[in-house]
Design a protein around this ligand. Structure first.
Ligand code: ADP
Ligand code: MG
Length: 274
């Protein structure tokens, strides 16, 4: 049975409570009010218990909305989670290290993370998983590719929005720069990248980079400027964790399985013909 005020003055008080909630924009608490009042009566809750129940409804709703906003802001390219990562598919990977990263202590410490490995080994998946975990933990995370960052910085420079752009990339607690080194960067792009990394390093914010380029060849891979590359590496590695992932490509697994089945079929068929 729904809560019905018993007296005229009780009805008026109830209406005033509703308008207080509306005035304070506590829409979810307002919507939950009749049910919470019913529960309070049925379970003879104290006023403290009843108020706690009502405000908990609002807090949960606000938290959900904030998380949704943080996830929208993060621009994650896929719904991947760390929990979905199959460690058995990547036996060379230091699982303990990934689990340590998953605690997000590195974000509190402003440490950087570098995932280095060939295509298909799960670098982007782990980066997305860590960015999602960061958003879920209440921090701002932002995912972009190195190529996209370079393009946006170039556009911003032309349009006179360089400082705004730099402030944007300095903001998130965790910035993921995916696929560094897949394309050679022009000198201005390498300079933009360096400024982003340096600003974040100075702020003590974490940057997570995925790359197919081993550290030894960074000097030639970025804008052909060994000094910028060395300065960038210096910032990244000073408080940095380097994770090498060079096992089999997960993308090629099904191809490999098919190829093996085919090979097995070829080996089997002569026997089958006998
Ligand atoms: P990379 O960025 O290293 O090229 P991705 O992270 O894009 O690789 O992974 C390629 C695909 O394989 C994605 O669909 C990803 O979800 C999947 N994948 C890669 N490694 C694993 C893994 N260990 N467990 C589960 N899925 C994986
Ligand atoms: Mg990738």
């Amino acid at each position: 049975m729904s809560e019905t005020p018993r007296t005229q003055s009780e009805a008026e008080t109830y209406q005033r409570l509703r308008s207080h909630l509306a005035f304070l924009k506590l829409a979810d608490a307002a919507a939950a009010l009749p049910q919470v009042l019913d529960e309070a009566r049925a379970e003879t809750l104290s006023m403290v218990e009843g108020l706690e129940k009502l405000l908990a409804v609002e807090v949960t709703a606000v938290e959900e909305r904030k998380l949704t906003a943080r996830l929208r802001f993060a621009c994650l390219p896929a719904p991947w989670r760390l929990a979905d990562f199959d460690y058995s598919a990547q036996p060379g990977l230091d699982e303990a290290l990934i689990r340590e990263l998953a605690t997000l202590r590195f974000i509190d410490e402003g440490a950087n993370v570098l995932f280095i490995g060939p295509p298909g080994v799960g670098k982007t998946m782990l980066a997305v998983g860590l960015a999602r975990a960061t958003a879920e933990a209440g921090h701002r995370a932002y995912f972009t590719t190195a190529a996209d960052l370079a393009a946006r910085c170039r556009k911003a420079a032309i349009e006179g929005r360089w400082a705004t752009m730099m402030r944007f990339y300095a903001g998130p607690k965790l910035l993921v720069l995916d696929e560094l080194g897949y394309l050679t960067l022009a000198a201005d792009a390498a300079a933009a990248l360096f400024q982003v990394i340096n600003t974040r390093y100075t702020n003590g914010s974490s940057t997570l980079i995925t790359t197919n380029v081993g550290i030894g060849t960074w000097a030639t891979a970025f804008g052909d400027d060994p000094i910028v590359a060395a300065a960038m590496l210096d910032r990244l590695l000073h408080r940095g964790v380097v994770v090498g992932i060079d096992g089999p490509s997960y993308r090629l697994r099904s191809h490999q399985a098919r190829a093996e089945a085919l090979r097995a079929g070829i080996e089997v068929s002569p026997h089958a013909n006998r």
